[in-house]
Design a protein around this ligand. Structure first.
Ligand code: IPM
Ligand code: MG
Length: 350
């Protein structure tokens, strides 16, 4: 069982180090190998997704990623930017299904900017399509036309792309509370009219799942108005990017949320939903829990080891119950700890 570890940029190396310690403590027969992605890779090779990384990632059963990006690389040509490395590995490995759970741990109810009664008990799963849509559409670019600059991108989906992510979402809903809300913008965009049509066509295969539809602007509003109405949400790449950041804040901190990006055979890339947080990088204060919880998702989805996944998740719940908090989730009366101390606490709880 091979895991490719990509620490990446910013806080990436600090948080992946803690997740790696947790994985190693489980004493399962994992072989871990590290490689470069993002700005760290650009600095060394000039390429945000270099050949050596591609090779390791393709050979591995799973990839654990920290985060990529930072101001240092923002002015590079687009194909050298760290984000390109992330989009490149997602596309290269065919990771079309992005699962982003948003769970509110009872201990963190006060960390949310929403009223506790609105978010307590929250448990949503956002299923985001990850290798299509306007993110990868051609043609794209910035050109000079008629004497002025002209920027353009292409939103597109094939029905097979929609069907395969739809199936992932229906299957996920089946294992949860059997409610699936598909999010689109069919009142304006043809691509998402097709999205809705295909979801409706799939529904008869899943008679036990209740399918509803919501326009993305309304979904953004409902997520802060009454988020507990949702069980599983499924949407395209760009809407999913936006809604998953929004959903993450319902739980108090984006520092708590893991994610899994899966191919058709459950090979996966696991990363926290948050970014590289360059402002706090290298200070030892970042919250490693989202990355540790991403490792738990890896155990569950790629290695089919529910017991080990649950063990890690239980350890995380325990350290929260014990009152350990990194700065992002700190409140008076709890114990403020740094990245490594949080890792130590999870190891002790394991
Ligand atoms: C995410 C990120 C990425 C995305 C960026 C870094 C390219 O925001 O994983 O949500 O837009 O997919
Ligand atoms: Mg995002």
């Amino acid at each position: 069982m091979k895991i490719c570890v990509l620490p990446g940029d910013g806080i990436g190396p600090e948080i992946t180090a803690e997740a790696v310690r947790v994985i190693q403590a489980l004493d399962l027969k994992f072989e871990l190998e590290e490689a470069l992605l993002g700005g760290a890779a650009v600095d060394v090779t000039g390429d945000p997704y270099p050949e050596a990384t591609r090779k390791l990632a393709r050979e591995a059963d799973a990839v654990l990623l920290g985060a990529v990006g930072g101001p240092k690389w923002d002015n590079l040509p687009r194909e050298q930017r760290p984000e390109r490395g992330l989009l490149g590995i997602r596309k290269d490995l065919g990771l079309f299904a992005n699962l982003r759970p948003a769970i509110l741990y009872p201990e963190l109810a006060n960390a949310s900017t929403l009223k506790p009664e609105v978010v307590s008990g929250l448990d949503i799963l956002i299923v985001r399509e990850l290798t299509g849509d306007i993110y990868f559409g051609q043609p794209r670019g910035i050109e000079n036309r008629n004497g002025e600059r002209y920027g353009f991108n292409t939103m597109h989906y094939t029905e097979s792309e929609i069907r395969r992510i739809g199936r992932v979402a229906f299957d996920a809903a089946r294992k949860r509370n059997k409610r699936l809300c598909s999010v689109d913008k069919m009142n304006v965009l043809e691509t998402t009219q097709l999205w809705r049509d295909v979801m409706i066509e799939l529904a008869p295969e899943y008679p036990d799942v209740e399918l509803t539809h919501m326009l993305v602007d309304n979904a953004a509003m409902q997520l802060v108005r009454a988020p507990k109405q949702f069980d599983v949400m499924v949407t395209g790449n760009m809407f999913g990017d936006i809604l998953s950041d929004e959903a993450s804040m319902l739980t108090g901190s984006i520092g708590m949320l893991p994610s899994a990006s899966l191919d058709a055979n459950n090979k996966g890339l696991y990363e926290p939903s948050h970014g590289s947080a360059p402002d706090i990088a290298g200070k030892g204060v970042a919250n490693p829990l989202a990355t540790i919880l991403s490792a738990a998702m890896m155990l569950r989805y790629t290695f089919n080891n529910e017991a080990a996944a649950a063990r890690v998740e239980t350890a995380v719940k325990k350290v929260l119950a014990q009152g350990y908090r990194t700065g992002d989730i700190y409140e008076a009366g709890t114990t403020k700890v740094g990245t490594k101390q949080m890792g130590d606490a999870v190891l002790a709880a394991l």
